[in-house]
Design a binder for this molecule. Structure first.
Ligand SMILES: C[S@@+](CC[C@H](N)C(=O)[O-])C[C@H]1O[C@@H](n2cnc3c(N)ncnc32)[C@H](O)[C@@H]1O
Length: 309
């Protein structure tokens, strides 16, 4: 979730020139945005990557993700991945799916951009007595041989890499023919999409790369995988966010522990911070169906299951 990052000087200028409004993140704008990122020279790309890594390493995603564990386990269980399957968990975070999958006997390898989250995932694996290869790296440039996994999976993870075509190509490359490429991607219409929109009012999303939410559109997914896949099944699902506290406290949780919101909030002055938190709270209030001081929201995402051609 990084629609609210601030980049290096050159990139900020692009952002400004393209007018920082949310309309750029519609499907029709993909071509222009793709062109923009592809024209970045190597040092600019390196600066962007470093910035994204810093964002994900800020806050503490391990703490934040604990409340999301039930939804992640529902996702994993539905997929029916057999013990012994060679699986790659891309953008594994603190190991939300990596650890339970390994406990089920799945032969997991995991990778994430954020150094500290890789470390957390390794510590969790060690504490559970699990021997899992967990690497620091980029979904756009996977350090694995061709056709080395039966399943490559990413739950609300690789959708945040700035060059989706590279992500799609890498997934196809490392998955064996007939294997499954699986993703869980937030939709623009759902609760998380609404949250992105509210946040974008305060810290405009970068124009330099396409919205991560485009991965929540079936046609875009189909186009990105192209002839690399033989079959595609896309199913709308709801991710349960359950917090034993109020929407305002959920906004605080995002501001303290979720890297992108942590960084966005701290880029604002005091008045901006108040307005940011109010708008974030309003989205959680709007979609909350609990009436007892708790917060219960179902957030729409698409479950993507593609068969590697
Ligand atoms: C919302 S978290 C999801 C983590 C995990 N899949 C889960 O469900 O708990 C997004 C993750 O994507 C990782 N990420 C973002 N861009 C990445 C990239 N280009 N390559 C690898 N990981 C990336 C972040 O570091 C972060 O851990």
């Amino acid at each position: 979730m990084c629609p609210f990052l601030r980049f290096g000087e050159r990139i900020e200028r692009y952002d400004y020139v393209l007018a920082p409004t949310n309309h750029r993140w519609s499907v029709g704008d993909e071509g222009e945005t793709k062109h923009m990122i592809e024209t970045l020279v190597a040092p600019e790309m390196a600066a962007l990557k470093t910035r994204l890594k810093t964002v994900w390493e800020s806050g503490d995603y391990g703490v934040f993700a604990k409340y999301m564990e039930p939804g992640a386990l529902e996702f994993l269980d539905r997929l029916g991945i057999e013990p012994g399957t060679k699986m790659l968990d891309i953008a594994c975070g603190a190991g939300q799916l990596t650890i339970p999958a390994a406990k089920q006997g799945i032969k997991v390898t995991a990778i994430d951009l954020a150094e500290n989250l890789v470390q957390q995932a390794k510590e969790r694996a060690k504490a559970e007595g699990l021997n899992i290869a967990i690497d620091q790296g980029d979904a756009e440039d996977l350090p694995y041989p061709d056709e080395s996994f039966d399943v490559t999976l990413s739950l609300i993870g690789s959708m945040f890499a700035p060059r989706p075509e590279k992500v799609a190509a890498e997934k196809v490359r490392v998955t064996r023919p007939g294997g499954r490429i699986i993703m869980g991607n937030w939709t623009a219409e759902g609760h998380v999409g609404q949250m992105f929109k509210a946040i974008g009012k305060h810290v405009p999303p970068p124009a330099i790369f396409p919205s991560p939410l485009m991965w929540g559109n079936e046609e875009v997914v189909r186009e990105r995988f192209g002839s690399g896949i033989a079959n595609l099944t896309v199913t709308k699902r709801m991710f349960p966010f359950r917090y034993p506290f109020s929407p305002a406290e959920v906004a605080d949780l995002f501001i303290e522990y979720y890297g992108p919101t942590y960084m966005a909030y701290r880029s604002l002055d005091a008045e901006g911070q108040r307005a940011f938190k109010d708008d974030l709270t309003e989205v959680w209030d709007r979609n909350n169906f609990a009436s007892n001081g708790m917060t219960e929201v179902d957030a729409e995402y698409i479950e993507v299951v593609a068969i590697r051609a």
